[in-house]
Design a protein around this ligand. Structure first.
Ligand SMILES: O=c1ccn([C@@H]2O[C@H](COP(=O)(O)O)[C@@H](O)[C@H]2O)c(=O)[nH]1
Length: 241
């Protein structure tokens, strides 16, 4: 496998843009980025049509809905997501064990019913926008890393395929949980890039060295003067990390 292909498998574009703009951007960066992440804004506005539009471009779709509700509701929603043929689906680990099990069950059954491969269900541990002070203020005890580890252990026990965490927590989670869970890290900022609302951000190379499988990048590409050059530079950093 060439290094370019390997890096492409490890990058997701957060398409938090109007749909046409997101599709146009993904088309141009697709040589460097294998996944398109459809998040809340696109899904609220366009629903499954947004997923289908990126799939038509050949993207593997990461449906980032961060489901968090009672188990029955999450199972129903995860089944609908699985039926769309998405590659990845997120839920909040803080929804608890029964909800996480329901998400995995729903996603697998929904995919199977439509002849798709089951999506990987990823549990969001502690949002990368939360600082240590925020984590305390919402009632978690200890550091963001300690909270992420507790939530990750719960989620893995419930049978999820992977976790969403800050690059700062990836190494500790690998040590704690071993090689199996798929680790996805948003909060990626190339050196010198604006952090915006990301409180626990790190560079692409940091995330890869810490053991991340998939890096999510949005604004550093959207806002770059040359988005293709920005995506290429991130892919090169991933390859050489
Ligand atoms: O903890 C989390 C979970 C999800 N996200 C999502 O990732 C992207 C990041 O976009 P940037 O523009 O690169 O900041 C965004 O879609 C979030 O919803 C996250 O940032 N942190």
């Amino acid at each position: 496998m060439s290094q370019a292909v390997a890096a492409r498998e490890r990058l997701a574009l957060a398409a938090d843009l109007p749909l046409e703009q997101g599709l146009a951007l993904y088309s141009t960066v697709a040589p460097h980025v294998g996944y398109a992440k459809v998040g809340l804004s696109l899904f609220v506005e366009h629903g499954p049509a947004a997923v289908a539009a990126f799939q038509k471009l050949g993207a593997r779709v990461f449906l980032d809905l961060k489901l968090h509700d009672i188990p029955n509701t999450v199972e129903l929603a995860a089944a609908r997501a699985g039926a769309l043929g998405v590659a990845l689906l997120t839920v909040h680990a803080a929804g608890g064990e029964a909800m996480l099990k329901a998400a995995v069950k729903g996603a697998r059954e929904g995919a199977k019913a439509q002849g798709h491969a089951a999506p990987k269900v990823l549990a969001v541990t502690v949002l990368t926008s939360l600082s240590a002070e925020d984590v305390t203020s919402i009632g978690f005890t200890g550091t963001p890393e300690a909270a992420a580890q507790r939530l990750a252990q719960l989620a893995v026990k419930a049978g999820v395929d992977g976790l969403v965490c800050s690059p700062r927590e990836a190494e500790g989670l690998r040590r704690l949980l071993g090689p199996s869970p798929f680790l996805c890290t948003p909060g990626i900022r190339p050196a010198g890039a604006e952090k915006g609302d990301q409180a626990r951000a790190e560079t692409p190379a940091f995330a890869i060295r810490a053991g991340a499988d998939l890096l999510v990048v949005g604004r550093p590409v959207h806002t770059a003067a040359d988005p293709v050059a920005a995506a290429r530079a991130i892919a090169e950093e991933v390859s050489s990390a």
